[in-house]
Design a protein around this ligand. Structure first.
Ligand SMILES: Cc1ncc(C[n+]2csc(CCOP(=O)(O)OP(=O)(O)O)c2C)c(N)n1
Ligand SMILES: [Mg+2]
Length: 426
């Protein structure tokens, strides 16, 4: 098998697949690029909230992988997965609506950029915890094993994630239990602002899981055909030989780690050098040179993806916000069996636990939402201490009702936390 050099250069041109496949690969990559450019713009306009991690430059790694998967295979990724969902067939309209925090988003607007999810297309998400998707991938593989299906799980994660405990534990179990999982390590040379040489003792990531029973290979993640060739073979190994393997894809993200990255850890020249190897332009140039694509078609693709992305923004803009009284719905910790402060919203005039939101705010929620922010200004009027005391009274009463005695002392302080920092949240 041909391998890529460290800087991602292909070691040989592969034969082109049929014309329709070539055009589909090109258009999907172009759509993802255009979508992410627009997502960046919408983030700056504060239309998209939370965090935003773009994968511009990594399209060949994504599309090369998904294009050889079967519809019934599972894909699970990280917090940089707008493109992964789109490549799996999720409508860009629903992905954009998720970024906008709207009801028509893939997670009904509750997840945002880091938590795209599409069960129907077996895109199993979007996770903000680095390496958090690895054990889940083993779980998906285990379920396929139990049910005797020949579906394969593809787990995509970053070079930085290979330093987590989850990585070693997952590789061990995947090998021990012969799970049908292909691990694709997206080596974009950095984990946030830390270069691979500074964060990993072993920088040949294809070897990093070998000692745990998961052998790996390197592939050129900037070449969509190279990725297809390598991933095809590894899907076969998982499906037929029932063995997990790892593919290290050399790729690069053009943009900062997230929208808030000053990029002091790399030079403009380095970024430019990688941009010259752009996976979309390089593939389009080759298709043109070999007569698969005419100049008019290249422009037509550009226009089509442009229209699709503009329509996605219009759709997201028109989609309703989730209703305020659903704020505490579907929270894992809420319920009588979980005493504590987890769901206390301190901004309310008289703080109370989230599971009582609907009872307490009946009729008020809409009024408050229309006023702009849920409880804006009202906490200030009543005073913070008074609010805390009221919450404590509520809490005691709730415990007394259930005869459970004192609130759990280990429960977190409702005032702890505050706005998430970039380090903590992705
Ligand atoms: C367990 C955990 N530790 C730290 C972070 C903060 N963090 C977010 S992204 C990131 C870097 C991950 O790099 P890599 O795995 O290479 O993925 P990339 O962002 O390059 O795609 C870190 C440290 C986190 N979200 N979760
Ligand atoms: Mg990385």
């Amino acid at each position: 098998m041909k391998t890529a050099t460290k800087d991602g250069a292909a070691s040989g041109a592969r034969p082109l697949p049929d014309r329709d496949t070539c055009l589909e690969l090109l258009e999907t990559m172009a759509l993802i690029r255009r979508f992410e450019e627009e997502a960046g713009r919408q983030y700056q306009r504060a239309k998209a909230g939370g965090f935003l991690h773009l994968a511009s430059g990594e399209e060949a790694t994504i599309v090369g992988t998904t294009s050889v998967m079967r519809p019934e295979d599972y894909l699970i990724g990280t917090y940089r997965t707008h493109g992964h969902a789109i490549a799996r067939g999720t409508d860009p309209k629903n992905v954009m609506a998720e970024l906008f925090g709207r009801e028509d988003g893939t997670s009904r607007g509750r997840g945002g950029s880091m938590h795209i999810f599409d069960r129907e297309r077996r895109f199993m998400g979007g996770y903000g915890i680095v390496g958090g998707n690895l054990p889940l991938a083993a779980g998906l593989g285990l379920s396929c094993d139990y049910t005797d299906s020949d579906e394969v799980t593809v787990c995509m994660f970053g070079d930085g994630a290979s330093n987590t405990g989850n990585f070693g534990e997952t590789m061990n179990l995947a090998a021990l239990w012969s799970l049908p999982v292909v691990f694709i390590l997206e080596n974009n040379l950095y984990g946030m602002g830390t270069a691979v040489e500074r964060h990993s003792a072993v920088t040949d990531f294809s070897k990093k899981a070998e000692g745990l029973g998961v052998p790996g290979v390197r592939a050129d993640g900037m070449d969509v055909l190279a990725m297809r060739e390598t991933v095809t073979e590894h899907l076969r190994i998982a499906r037929e030989d029932r063995k997990p393997t790892l593919v290290e894809a050399f790729t690069y993200r053009y943009r900062g780690h997230s929208a808030a990255d000053p990029e002091v850890y790399r030079t403009k020249e380095e970024v430019e050098e990688w941009r010259r190897k752009d996976p979309i332009e390089a593939f389009a140039d080759r298709l043109e040179a070999e007569g698969v694509l005419t100049n008019g078609e290249r422009e037509a693709i550009r226009e089509r993806v442009d229209t699709q992305v503009r329509e996605a923004v219009e759709f997201a803009d028109a989609s309703p916000e989730p209703s305020l009284d659903s704020l505490y719905d579907n929270l894992y910790v809420v319920g009588d069996q979980v005493p504590g402060w987890y769901a206390v919203d301190e901004r309310a005039p008289q703080p109370f636990r989230g599971e009582h939101e609907r009872e307490r705010l009946e009729g008020e929620a809409k009024k408050l939402a229309e006023a702009g922010a849920a409880y804006a200004g009202q906490a200030a009027q009543t005073g913070h201490r008074e609010g805390e005391e009221a919450a404590a009274r509520d809490e005691d009463a709730a415990f007394d009702e259930r005869g459970e005695g004192e609130p759990d002392e280990d429960a977190p302080d409702p005032g702890a936390g505050g706005p998430e920092s970039e380090d903590g949240a992705g």
